[in-house]
Design a protein around this ligand. Structure first.
Ligand code: CO8
Length: 263
């Protein structure tokens, strides 16, 4: 097993299962509130796992009661506009979306505020049937600050985003599924297993193709259709110089399973 997976942290747990890594947010007493220390450890772990050739897919999870109940309010309550600006914590947050490998969120219990924003930075979301999702910042006299007004609106549309952000009320996993905010809802006993099953399936694909597919999909949010199509085309062309493309197509012709090496 690789050294990066063995690294020890105080606010998260990281383990590997075959070619997948599981990062567990681990501040159970405060519903995994996202302290600055936790986010720093999380981005460090994501950066290390992104570089770790043994790992192909990352699962991000919490515990049964909480994925994360948002930014750590006890830390945030002391901030002023200037102190929060100078700390530039969002620079750390921004690193999360730079992760090139697919991230599957396995979400149970509360995913609130920054917790929901963290979830929305993941690429596929498996929710437990007891998940409760919301942007309750309005109840604290603030608004979402880690992308919620933008990412939630792009997924659920203006009216539902307005309702969630202006009322601060939570929605259930089933409602989130109807809104397209999660991929799948599973029983509380099996949601993590479901996430692992999907991760292991994805981990069999070419890592380079996965990376370029994720990159092209995320481009949708940042560009026009014409530029996005051009970006997709460049990624598509690039894959024709990989060993994995030769292997994938040979395996199809030879009627066998491909073995992708990420080369
Ligand atoms: N931060 C710090 N502590 C928390 C948080 C949090 N977000 N959520 C829960 N806790 C703590 C409580 O203070 C409590 O601690 P203690 O036992 O020491 O009193 C413990 O967790 C248990 O909480 P409750 O007693 O409240 O448990 P309940 O089961 O009654 O309620 C809830 C659970 C509904 C999750 C409730 O705790 C709650 O509403 N939490 C706050 C949710 C919230 O408002 N989240 C948004 C925070 S703001 C935000 O996320 C902005 C993000 C912008 C990015 C910022 C980057 C710098």
């Amino acid at each position: 097993m690789s050294s990066t997976v063995k690294a020890s942290y105080e606010n998260i747990l990281v383990e590997a299962e075959e070619t997948i890594a599981i990062i567990r947010l681990n501040r159970p007493k405060v519903y995994n509130a996202l302290s600055h220390a936790l986010i720093t450890e999380l981005t460090d772990a994501l950066f290390a796992l992104d570089k770790d050739e043994a790992i192909r897919v990352i699962i991000l999870t919490g515990n049964e009661r909480a994925f994360a109940a948002g930014a750590d309010i006890s830390e945030m309550s002391k901030e002023s506009s200037v102190s929060i600006l100078l700390k530039d914590q969002f620079a750390t947050w921004d690193k999360i979306r730079q992760t090139k490998k697919p991230i599957i969120a396995a979400v149970s219990g509360f995913a609130l505020g920054g917790g929901l924003e963290l979830m929305m930075n993941c690429d596929i979301i498996i929710a437990s049937e007891n998940a409760k999702l919301g942007q309750p910042e309005i109840n604290l006299g603030i608004i979402p600050g880690a992308g919620g007004t933008q990412r939630l609106t792009r997924v659920v549309g203006k009216y539902k985003a307005m309702e969630m952000i202006l009322t601060g009320e939570m929605i259930t996993a089933e409602e989130a599924l109807e809104l397209g905010l999660v991929n799948k809802v599973a029983p509380a006993e099996t949601y993590l297993e479901e996430a692992k099953k999907m991760a292991k399936e994805i981990a069999k694909k070419s890592p380079i193709a996965l990376q370029l597919a994720k990159d092209a999909i995320l481009k949708t949010y940042e560009t026009s259709l014409a530029e996005g199509l051009l970006h997709e085309r460049k990624n598509f062309y690039m894959l024709f110089s990989t060993e994995d493309q030769k292997e994938g197509m040979s395996a199809f012709t030879e009627k066998r399973n491909p073995i992708f090496k990420g080369r």
